[in-house]
Design a protein around this ligand. Sequence first.
Ligand code: COS
Length: 385
Amino acid sequence: MIRDAETHQILLHTIARFVREKLVPAEEEVASSDRIPPQILAEMKAIGLFGLTVPEEFGGFGLTMEEEVDVTFELTRASPAFRSIVGTNNGIGAQGIVIDGTPLQRSTYLPRLASGELIGSFALTEPGAGSDAASLVTSARRDKDEYVLNGTKRYITNAPEAGLFTVMARTGGPGAQGVSAFIVERERAGLTVGPADKKMGQRGAHTADVIFEDCRVPAANLIGEREGQGFKTAMKVLDKGRLTIAAACVGSATRMLEDTLAYTSQRKQFGQPVAEFQLVQALLADSQCELYAARAMVVDAARRRDKGEDVSLHASCCKLFASEACGRIADRCVQAFGGAGYISDYPIERFYRDVRLFRIYEGTSQIQQLIIGRGLVKQGSLVRV
Ligand code: COS
């Protein structure tokens, strides 16, 4: 349920115009330079994109999940690199503090994350702990009023520009129960960020290693009431993040399909636009059906989350279906473009590479299958629809 429909429509309209007039024209430059121009970044901050989901009392828009997925549908009609920096900030970068932070942590950090003054980042993955997140080995040893962190985090989105990291580290024994979450500011001694990774796509969005060597943080930077809660915090953050990624899949697929409809409607072969051939229409039709289904799923799950339902399995269903559908749609769109789809003169070649990541990050498709399958067996009933 959207609280104030008129305000929400104004926000959507503003973002749609910004995407059309500013972000889409800048896409090529972002991809070729691997950097979002500072002027565009400043405008993204000015219209409030960095604070979409931060509660209003801390300077954000406080969007509901339904509102957030609506905004994501619009934002991801442009290169996913733009969503990456704001989505990681609003989402996995800030949500640990929003969901489980102490009142002091919330009032200290959320206003600066909402304004974009501090860029947020989420450090869970390690060289030896990817899908098996609970096997992480980065340690946090208590020393009087501080914790001392040691270890390496890998593929950390936003790391090169981040001012604040939510870091999952081991304070206790093995497994999920031994993991705690910490707020670590960029300027802490002993924290270094490695060079940006060279990725297949999503150029302009950055990932890198984050290395902790006797990095000391105050004990007050522990997220949650006590040690051992950090894995659950991470999972709650990912439940929400996976819904947002599913929404990003819908936005990117919408853009790809719109571009393909336009291209095939003007490209002529055998004396007529190729879109008039039934075999090309089959590519469009299958893609449209999957896009419709993915969008409907995401909106349904978002509404359920807003009503307070546990949507962990719904979120995994959405992430799995939407990211796989987005991959199939990208493939069909390249096919419908023919040779033009394989060269970089058209955005479809770049989107094809960009959207590949959706099936991998914030939990691979196989991890979503594992969560859904295990969840169904455990609860002995199907996902509520
Ligand atoms: N919300 C709240 N708590 C959750 C939860 C959720 N969505 N999912 C799990 N938990 C809790 C469990 O209830 C359990 O707590 P108890 O021991 O008190 O019962 C604890 O967390 C451990 O959960 P589980 O036993 O399911 O952990 P596993 O190690 O078996 O598996 C998976 C967890 C595979 C689901 C997890 O490691 C995962 O999501 N991996 C992918 C990581 C990922 O997405 N990485 C992407 C990079 S981050 S951008």
